[in-house]
Design a protein around this ligand. Structure first.
Ligand code: UDX
Length: 428
């Protein structure tokens, strides 16, 4: 099969490389010439385990990158993987995706055979019918042989390639049997040696499945954090409680780690987008609003715990971990951001460390101190807050002895408590 993938960002690059690995011929299309060149050199424009290897193997062979839409009509299916950034009110900005959808329509305007345009980007159900389908058809003019489908993506950062190649489920949103069959053909090589559940549905339901999936997971963590905060008030260990409730199959043991909350490029954006889309329909999504509220509260609770032990005005506070989760340098919506803002408001002197995410955070907060090891951050500090669960924080030990006052507030249950330090877990 020949597949065109429009957009070579995080999702686009991953799926283009993985489709090539499944044996398809892939043309990756992006307006950014630098990205196109990087891909054609067999390198990844983003850092993701396994991606460089796939690109090195397939670039110039089954995978080609270009800025032109010429390959679109020759291909059997086109995936749109263009970013949909958040507007100030939480809704998504469809501008770039709509333009790409129209350009794709234009590219297939004279195509005789039927063509499937699949939306990979996360978009709300109504926007498919009101914005994206019309954009494709506007571009395609008289050609009625074009169908728009939806195939949401459930990749996690740090394991995107393996998540793609061994998914739990595939969601095929199509408006006809032909569209569904075409999506089956795309994923057939993957399903030959991997058993994934397949959900066949319409494009709008497919898009809602993506939002419901992420909203459910974010709400699960916020609920665990809400319960965890109550545990803390009762001097109980939330992890002991969650381990027990995770034994119930209906709850499952996953996503029960309470602490400073969720961040990243998906959960915050998607939860806010579905809230905004619900408001558009005059519906108040009370649980989802509380999900965001509890998440916003966790860094504040961490600061309160710290303030119980340290007078923050002028205190030197070490922030350990800046990435939104381990194994990535992504700081988007990292809980470290509100943590640093709150510490600044209190007049603390901040020294920050992360094994890989110092550079992006330096751009965000140029006026705080950054060091190259956890030991350096702790040296002389009056207290520390642990925001990301990097493995290396689990082995910190004598490094705490160099602190001026060894107060450790752990937001991820990663530090090993020892007698010599004042240790507080956020929910334990
Ligand atoms: C998430 C979804 O898992 C993925 O399916 C979707 O496509 C994109 O969003 P990702 O953002 O890469 O993936 O990270 P994930 O590993 O799911 O973690 C999200 C956040 O939740 C992190 O900040 C993590 O620290 C936090 N988290 C996760 C918890 O606080 N507790 C948990 O138990 C699990």
């Amino acid at each position: 099969m020949h597949i065109t993938v429009i957009g070579s960002g995080y999702v686009g690059t991953t799926i283009a490389a993985c489709f090539a690995d499944l044996g398809h011929d892939v043309t990756a299309i992006d307006i950014d010439e630098e990205i196109v060149e990087t891909l054609n050199d067999g390198q990844s424009p983003i850092s993701e385990p396994g991606l460089d290897d796939l690109l090195e193997t397939h670039a110039g062979n089954r995978l080609e990158a270009t800025t032109s839409y010429d390959a679109v009509p020759e291909s059997d299916v086109t995936f749109l993987a263009i970013g949909t950034p958040s507007n100030d009110d939480g809704s998504i900005d469809l501008g770039a995706l709509e333009a790409a959808a129209e350009a794709t329509g234009e590219a297939v305007a004279d195509k005789d055979e039927r063509h499937l345009v699949v939306i990979k980007s996360t978009v709300t159900p109504p926007s498919i019918e009101t914005v994206l389908e019309p954009a494709v058809h506007r571009g395609a003019g008289e050609n009625e042989n074009i169908e728009v489908g939806m195939n949401p993506e459930f990749l996690r950062e740090g394991s995107a390639v393996s998540d793609f190649l061994s998914p739990d489920k595939l969601v095929f949103g199509a408006s006809s049997e032909w569209g569904t069959d075409r999506l089956h053909t795309v994923f057939e090589p993957l399903l030959e040696d991997h058993d994934a559940d397949i959900v066949e549905t319409d494009p709008q339901t497919a898009s809602m499945i993506k939002y419901a999936n992420n909203a459910f997971l974010a709400s699960k963590i916020s609920l665990v954090n809400d319960l965890g905060n109550i545990c803390k008030e009762f001097d109980l260990d939330a992890y002991e409680v969650m381990e027990a409730i995770g034994l119930d199959d209906r709850i499952s043991e996953q996503f029960l780690r309470s602490g400073v909350g969720w961040g990243g490029s998906c959960f915050p954006k998607d939860v806010n987008a579905i809230i905004a889309a619900a408001h558009e329909e005059d519906y108040d999504p009370a649980v989802l609003e509380a999900t965001v509220e509890v998440n916003d509260r966790q860094p504040e609770r961490m600061l309160e715990l710290l303030a119980d032990h340290v007078d923050l005005e002028g205190a030197r506070i070490a922030v350990l971990g800046l990435a939104f989760k381990p194994q990535t340098d992504d700081i988007r919506n990292s809980r470290a951001i509100p943590m640093i803002e709150l510490l600044k408001e209190q007049g603390a002197e901040i020294v920050a460390y992360d094994p890989v995410a110092v550079d992006p955070m330096q751009e965000r907060f140029p006026d705080i101190e950054y060091v190259s090891s956890a030991a350096d951050a702790l040296d002389g500090a009056d207290g520390t807050v642990v925001v990301t669960d990097w493995d290396e924080f689990a082995t910190l030990d004598e490094e705490f002895d160099t602190m001026a006052t060894p107060v450790v507030i752990d937001g991820r249950r990663i530090v090993q408590p020892r007698d010599e330090i004042t240790y507080e877990g956020l929910t334990w």
